[in-house]
Design a protein around this ligand. Structure first.
Ligand SMILES: [Zn+2]
Length: 128
């Protein structure tokens, strides 16, 4: 199954349907506008060039969030090397609803762990 950003410059192809989708309300997921499904690196093919955002409110962010440099849609995230298991998160908002029929949609309590990460949290006043 293939999804794409709004302008079509970036596409994300998945080897399989997701087991579930996380519509997380932590600040990163909420503000990047993504509903994530998680895959092994070899299950995902991304075509087209992306730009990345690495969250600035953590001492040691866990992922790079990728987005289309033309239309701005969040396409996926990729774990950084210090994370034990490589993983890709695909933004399921890029995909047609028809191909996701029946997939469980979860609402994790992201807001509550947003400020309590083991990797350290920077207060807004510490961010440039
Ligand atoms: Zn685009």
């Amino acid at each position: 199954m293939v999804g794409s950003c709004h302008c079509g410059a970036v596409s994300v192809e998945l080897e399989r349907r997701p087991e579930f989708i996380n519509d997380c309300d932590c600040s990163l997921c909420g503000k990047t506008g993504a509903a994530w499904a998680y895959f092994a690196v070899d299950e995902v093919s991304v075509r087209g060039s992306t730009r990345t955002y690495r969250r600035v409110d953590r001492m040691q962010p866990g992922v790079d969030v990728h987005f289309c440099g033309r239309c701005g849609c969040t396409t996926h995230f990729a774990t950084l090397p210090h994370i034990p298991h490589d993983m890709i998160g695909a933004n399921m908002n890029l995909f047609d609803r028809e191909v996701l029929t029946g997939v469980e949609l979860r609402y994790p309590d992201g807001r509550n762990w947003d400020g309590a990460s083991a990797y350290g949290y920077r207060r807004p006043s510490e961010i440039l």
